[in-house]
Structures are given as C-alpha cells and as structure tokens.
Design a protein around this ligand. Structure first.
Ligand code: FPP
Length: 220
C-alpha cells in the first residue's frame, strides 16, 4: 500500500461490544473490556501504517440512557483503562485528547482525563482523540456559543476553528463497526467530506485485517 492511500485521519464508531458479549453469554461490560484491548491494538496498527490521527467514539451523550450498572461499569473501565494504558501510550509517542462535555463526569474520570492529556502533551507520533460524553450536535452548539460570546461572525472557517477537533484536520475515513448504517451524532460537522466504511464486524473482533480492508476500501 502506498503512503498516499493511507488516510491521515481515521475516525471510528466502535459498535458491537454488547452483542459480542451476549453471543458469549457474558455481561455487556465484558464486551467493553475486550473493546479496550482491541482499541489498544488498533492504535498500534494505525501508527504502524502511518495514520497520524485516530478519533474514537467511546461514550456518547446518549449513552447515559443505558442501565445504571452499564454506565457506571463504563466509567470505571474508562478510568481504570486510562491509568493502566497511559504509561505505554506515553512511551509509544501517542498524544491523547479528550473531546466532549466535561459537565456530568465524575471527579475521578475528570482527573484521569486531565492526567492522560498532561502526561502525553509532548508526544507527536499519533494523536488519539477520545470522544467521551460527546455528541456532534453538542460540538456544533458549543462552537456557535463560543463565537457568539466573543462577538465573532458565524462563518464556516470560524466554526471549524471553534469546534472541539480544531487541532486536527477533518477525518478522511470514518469506520463504523457492528453492522448499523448510521452516524449516531458522531462528528457531524467534521465528516462532511469523509469517506464512510460500514463493516458488520463487531468492534471486539476488529483486528488488523479488518483495519487493512477498511483502508483498502477507502483507497479504492
Ligand atoms: C458500543 O457498543 C460501544 C460503547 C458504547 C463503548 C465503547 C468504549 C470502549 C471500547 C472503551 C473505550 C475506553 C477508553 C479508555 C478509550 P454497544 O454497547 O453499543 O454494542 P451493541 O451495539 O452490540 O449493543
């Protein structure tokens, strides 16, 4: 594969963790745990292929509607996974950014987010944007509010600068695993010109081959 055919920025809706667990008669959180391991491998695989930015949808504004034990399980997993993985991500040169609304997140989660961002601030190999308590509409509204508060005209370039992902170019490729053909309030503004690849593979089964085939579909 030539360097030109590798997307600079890949964004992923990591769907299918629950179904992966159900198929194995496991609690849904087991699917999310497997999902974290798969994300870890995916970060390495993207870096090895020359992808510079990876953005993942880890917790949507709508995910609060899930059963309380699944929400608290996801929060615990998130904080735990960050504390466990950040040293290796730091060593691998990965820079972490968290995108989303901070209001509503626990002090523990906020602390793990702040630490992960601080510890990896100097890194410059791959940028990993984790969308957490995120919604595409929220992002558009917060950008418009920011401009209004500063008395800046609402234009496309100004909006792009005020959006939560303004530190990276828009995604070239958006992948959704899990077989659903919808965008679910992910990167509504930034995916205007992206290529979309929808795969039936459940996120916990998404391996290097699945990544390569999504990239090949993008290149084609
Ligand atoms: C969607 O599957 C997946 C999620 C709501 C959570 C994804 C989160 C992770 C993989 C953890 C991220 C952690 C870090 C540290 C970045 P689903 O539950 O909607 O699956 P289903 O469609 O089969 O029910």
């Amino acid at each position: 594969m030539t360097a030109q055919s590798i997307p600079h920025h890949i964004a992923i809706v990591m769907d299918g963790n629950g179904r992966w667990a159900n198929k194995r008669f496991l609690p849904r959180i087991a699917g999310h745990k497997q999902g974290v391991d798969v994300l870890k491998r995916c970060v390495k695989a993207c870096d090895a292929r020359g992808v510079r930015v990876l953005t993942v949808f880890a917790f949507s504004s709508e995910n609060w509607k899930r059963p309380t034990d699944e929400v608290s399980g996801l929060m615990d997993l998130f904080a735990f996974a960050l504390s466990r993985e950040v040293p290796q991500l730091k060593a691998d040169g990965v820079r972490l950014h968290f995108i989303g609304e901070r209001q509503g997140l626990s002090a523990r989660v906020l602390k793990s987010i702040d630490q992960a961002e601080a510890v990896t601030r100097e890194n410059s190999s791959l940028t990993l944007n984790v969308c957490f308590n995120y919604g595409g509409r929220w992002d558009i509204v917060q950008a418009a509010e920011k401009l209004a508060a500063q008395g800046i005209a609402v234009t496309e370039p100004h909006m792009s600068q005020a959006m939560a992902l303004s530190h990276v170019p828009d995604p070239d490729l958006v992948i959704r695993t899990g077989g659903e053909l919808r965008i679910s309030n992910f990167l509504l503004w930034q995916s205007a010109y992206s290529e979309f690849v929808f795969v039936d593979t459940l996120w916990p089964d998404f391996d290097d081959r699945a990544l390569d085939s999504a990239i090949a579909e993008f290149s084609g």
